[in-house]
Design a protein around this ligand. Structure first.
Ligand SMILES: Cc1cc2nc3c(=O)[nH]c(=O)nc-3n(C[C@H](O)[C@H](O)[C@H](O)COP(=O)(O)OP(=O)(O)OC[C@H]3O[C@@H](n4cnc5c(N)ncnc54)[C@H](O)[C@@H]3O)c2cc1C
Length: 509
């Protein structure tokens, strides 16, 4: 519902004011809502550009869409779900879980749908944010950006694509009205989404042509149904669910060292992945195409038991070069080969290192965040950025993971957010921003750790790296170390700002 500012004959319309404006209603935005309420802060709105909650799990409804971190870990610690149907649950179940979280924790009254945030502008004199959306404007003491690391699809600029006469869509904007049965379909990209889509559509399409720039390492997927007995146990004896989660957590924490400090230790894992190719693909020429030439872990490791058999099927083709041009309904690969198709599905990822929300944020002296991040995204503890007081990121720069659940990182950032807001109240300040020194020191240390990681040394390029080759996406450590780093705000790292001017035209939202 749009805000309905009070209006008198004499005064111009007042702008509704909230303590906190949250952008986005995926795991991050909903989690922020829960934690704000638990901290006794009820004066907040969650602004969502779509018409329902769910973020990633609302937008990605492609065939086969599922999580690749076990559900009992890929869920909120404060909202365990004994009813997960599979070890890696499918998108409809994760989406339904987020709808339930919304109801259970009383978030509906805070949600504003179809409210795309078009501008976030810091008002220096008033010491607050002006939040402009497609349904109205709010002012807010603090803003939480949970706009998502993988929310804005990226389609490469391919010459001739606009003139393609057939159907074109991105994996995260699946067109369910378009029937793929019997069609000649091109899948562009071989990342995590493509690896789930390919086996799901291969049996029904006429011909499947997969454009692969770089092959991924694919490991077997230990997916199975959760038995009725397990569900019963987790629901009647909640500590068993906690134990399951703790085990999944610990197994992943143990892997971190290999990714971060000892990429050589991943050799064994790579051997398992090689055997997975051998098992799934009989044809040596196809095997060669599908075998990566970089160390496992450098790009995201995919999990699938059906990907290789689907690519080896008689109606599938792997073109081991990128899509270079579209001429009518003919797709021309970089190697010059031509492929006639009816539909193109782009599994080409998202705007990650060029987060679109950054172009809409204007901080101290009107400086845009995109401008600030021209040399690469950076923040203090993945959360705050100098020049942008009281702007808190959930999944900010360098908070991504290669091997575990992003919900662990989200919950850590929410600890930090809540501690920041309660600290501000406790010390009687209105806003805070990191000192230049604290932000620089954090990022220097982080990038130093990054130099040894498999993501920087494994011999690949990936979406973790920005245009300059800097890894501004991943966290080079364990999730426990990030948890420790974000447990409490260190006031020594911050400048505090007190509101001096009286606040004009503020009414509660
Ligand atoms: C297909 C897929 C599978 C994944 N699987 C896993 C997995 O198994 N394990 C894992 O850890 N991670 C996984 N991820 C990563 C996943 O994105 C995160 O785990 C998590 O869901 C991110 O939550 P979020 O709330 O930060 O962002 P999102 O879920 O992307 O939510 C962001 C929300 O912000 C809204 N928004 C954006 N801009 C604006 C704006 N300007 N105004 C208003 N609203 C806006 C969007 O509409 C969206 O609803 C996967 C991602 C994808 C795409």
């Amino acid at each position: 519902m749009p805000p309905s500012p009070k209006r008198t004959k004499q005064s111009p319309p007042a702008t509704p004011h909230v303590r906190v404006a949250v952008v986005g209603s995926g795991f991050g935005g909903l989690g922020a809502g829960v934690r704000l309420r638990r901290a006794g802060i009820t004066d907040f709105v969650i602004l969502e550009r779509a018409a329902s909650v769910g973020g990633t799990w609302r937008d990605n409804s492609y065939p086969g869409c599922a999580c690749d971190v076990p559900s009992h870990l890929y869920s909120f610690s404060f909202a365990p779900n004994p009813e997960w149907p599979r070890s890696f649950s499918h998108q409809p179940d994760i989406r339904a879980y987020l709808e339930r979280v919304t109801d259970t924790f009383g978030l509906r009254p805070h949600l504003r749908f179809n409210a795309e945030v078009t501008e976030l502008r810091w008002e220096q004199e008033q010491t607050r944010w002006r939040v402009t959306t497609t349904v109205g404007t709010w002012t807010a003491d603090a803003v939480v950006s949970a706009a998502g690391p993988l929310a804005d699809p990226q389609i490469p600029d391919i010459p001739g694509l606009a003139e393609f006469p057939g159907k074109v869509f991105h994996s995260s904007r699946w067109d369910h009205d378009y029937d793929l049965a019997g069609k000649r379909v091109a899948m562009v990209g071989t990342g995590a989404s493509a690896a789930q889509i390919i086996p799901s559509i291969q049996p029904l399409v006429g011909r499947l042509t997969v454009f692969q720039r770089t092959p991924a390492w694919v490991m077997p997927r230990a997916d199975r149904e959760i038995s009725a007995a397990e569900k019963w146990l987790h629901s009647k004896l909640p500590p068993t669910g906690k134990l399951r989660r703790a085990t999944l957590f610990a197994l992943r924490e143990l892997q971190v060292d290999a990714f971060v400090r000892r990429p050589g230790a991943l050799r064994l894992v790579q051997q398992i992945a090689v055997r997975n190719i051998e098992r799934g693909v009989g044809d040596p020429a196809l095997r060669a195409k599908l075998t990566p030439d970089y160390r496992i872990g450098c790009k995201r490791i995919l999990l699938s038991n059906t990907y290789y058999p689907a690519l080896a099927a008689p109606n599938a083709d792997v073109v081991s070069s990128g899509l270079a041009e579209v001429r009518g309904s003919t797709l021309v690969a970089a190697d010059g080969s031509e492929h006639e198709v009816d539909a193109i599905v782009f599994g080409t990822g998202f705007h990650v290192t060029d987060m679109p929300i950054a172009e809409r944020v204007f901080g101290v002296e009107g400086r845009s965040l995109a401008e600030e991040w021209k040399g690469g995204m950076e923040a203090l503890r993945g959360s705050t950025v100098r020049g942008f007081p009281n702007l808190f990121f959930v999944i900010g720069p360098n908070t991504g993971l290669g091997n575990s659940s992003m919900i662990l990182m989200i919950e850590s950032q929410l600890n930090y957010l809540i501690d920041a807001l309660t600290t501000l109240s406790a010390v009687g300040a209105t806003a805070m921003q990191p000192t230049a020194q604290a932000q620089r020191h954090w990022n220097l240390e982080l990038q130093h750790k990054m130099t040894r990681t498999v993501w920087n040394t494994g011999g690949c390029t990936s979406w973790y790296l920005d245009a300059e080759g800097k890894n501004t996406v991943l966290w080079p450590g364990s999730t426990s170390s990030f948890r420790r780093a974000t447990r409490k705000v260190d006031l020594g790292e911050y400048e505090l700002i007190k509101r001096t001017a009286p606040v004009a035209e503020e009414i509660p939202a």
